[in-house]
Design a protein around this ligand. Structure first.
Ligand code: ADP
Ligand code: MG
Length: 412
């Protein structure tokens, strides 16, 4: 279905057209009328399928520009996502007089407060800074008609849950609530009922949240051999742009230190960097001035990158859902993408779970870690492989022992 069939005001339609948005994506088509009719929704669709605009287009139309107050509130888990979200709304709303604005930590609260006092209709916020601004009396939510939790399952996860409870408790009047995500674990799904009133559940996810446009490669490798392998991969594989995910900041720092001379235009990002630096790295990455970015999961959710051809999981993600989000930074809007995940012995059971639950087709580079018949090293085969090595060393050692046994100390 085309946007022109929705009866959108020309101010929005023309801009969408100039952005190259002609056909609606399936999630946009499935949610537009439901949102416009005022229903609460929980909408699930694969990564990179246009959930931002699905929410932004009806939201912009809800705003009464004569009323100088926050009327739409969007909560997102990371600062980078906050900026990206507001930039998408800004583009779509450019001719409507609707003013969106982002508030997040690591940036001057005074500047944010001044802007909010002046005029903001749609506020995009990370939970911590939003709560700060509510406490300070700078943000008031009395006129909010619609609240959106993007990457909803992450926001309702333990790390953010108490913040979200507080924010939602500030919305005492009637309002519409919308949850968007590519993933939703069952326990979190139950929790959503607390915040949704008679909701419409829209899920375009059938088997897997990873788009078909992504190919999933795995490499079974000893951790000590990973670095040389990765350098070799960068030299031999045609990589347009890559993100290399690690599970911890110190790992990102360490890997950057050891790879920076070997991989061109390499940068790193994690939550320990100053916000200005984080913002500038994401901007330069989008401009393709950075070829490869080593990152923690701070870059794992929601960020829209056009040119990323490869996602590399240096570490297997701690949570299986995060695999979907990390790999979802490539293969967006039908483009092709490739994910390579390094697998160590201790990752094999989690990998099995991943392949079962996500129904992914795994391609192995080198040995198949899970399937001994295909030359893999899992289970008995691995044991055999190890024993083989031991046998070899045992075979050598006795000879030395034999000679050693000639010494009187052997006691034999
Ligand atoms: P998601 O939130 O589902 O991961 P995004 O909202 O980040 O996806 O959108 C992914 C990409 O698709 C963005 O680059 C966005 O500009 C583009 N996009 C969204 N809707 C359309 C559309 N109808 N036509 C063309 N491109 C679109
Ligand atoms: Mg998104």
């Amino acid at each position: 279905m085309k946007f022109s069939e929705l009866g959108l005001p020309p101010t929005i339609l023309k801009v969408l057209y100039s952005m190259g948005y002609d056909e609606m994506t399936p999630i946009q088509e499935a949610t537009y009328h439901v949102i416009s009719a005022g229903h609460d929704i929980c909408a699930l669709a694969e990564t990179g399928t246009g959930k931002t605009a699905a929410c932004a287009i009806p939201l912009i139309q809800m705003v009464d520009t004569k009323l100088n107050a926050i009327q739409g509130l969007i909560v997102v888990p990371t600062r980078e996502l906050c900026l990206q979200y507001v930039s998408e709304i800004q583009k779509i709303a450019v001719k409507t007089g609707v003013v969106p604005f982002a508030v997040y930590g690591g940036f001057s609260k005074q500047i944010q407060a001044a802007k909010i006092r002046h005029e903001v209709h749609i506020l995009v916020a990370t939970p911590g800074r939003l709560i700060d601004l509510i406490y300070d009396g700078i943000v008031t939510l009395g006129e909010v008609k619609c609240v959106i939790l993007d990457e909803a399952d992450e926001l309702l996860n333990v790390g953010f849950l108490s913040d979200i409870e507080f924010i939602m408790s500030c919305l005492v009047h009637e309002h519409q609530t919308m949850l968007f995500s590519a993933t939703m674990a069952d326990d979190i799904k139950k929790l959503t009922e607390t915040y949704l009133r008679d909701p419409q559940h829209i899920s375009l996810i059938t088997k897997q949240a990873s788009p078909k446009s992504i190919e999933h490669y795995f490499k079974y490798i000893h951790p000590n051999a990973k670095q040389a392998d990765l350098v070799d991969y960068f030299q031999t594989e045609k990589i347009r742009q890559a993100i290399i995910f690690c599970n911890a900041r110190h790992q990102v720092d360490r890997l950057f230190g050891s790879l920076k001379k070997q991989v061109k235009d390499l940068e790193f990002i994690h939550g320990g960097l100053a916000q200005e630096k984080r913002t500038s790295i994401i901007r330069r990455f989008r401009q393709q001035k950075i070829h490869a970015l080593i990152a923690t999961d701070v870059a794992g959710r929601g960020l829209d990158f056009t040119h990323v051809s490869h996602i590399i999981n240096w570490d297997f993600p701690r949570e299986l859902l995060q695999y979907t989000h990390r790999t979802g930074r490539t293969g967006r809007m039908g483009r092709r993408g490739l994910a390579l995940t390094y697998i160590a012995k201790h990752d094999l059971s989690n990998l099995r779970k991943l392949l079962q639950t996500r129904k992914l087709t795994a391609h192995w580079l080198g040995k198949d870690g899970l399937n001994p018949e295909k030359g893999g090293e899992s289970g008995k085969a691995q044991a055999r492989a190890k024993t083989g090595k031991k046998r070899l060393s045992r075979r050598r050692r006795p000879r030395r022992r034999q000679s050693a046994s000639k010494a009187p100390a052997s006691g034999a």
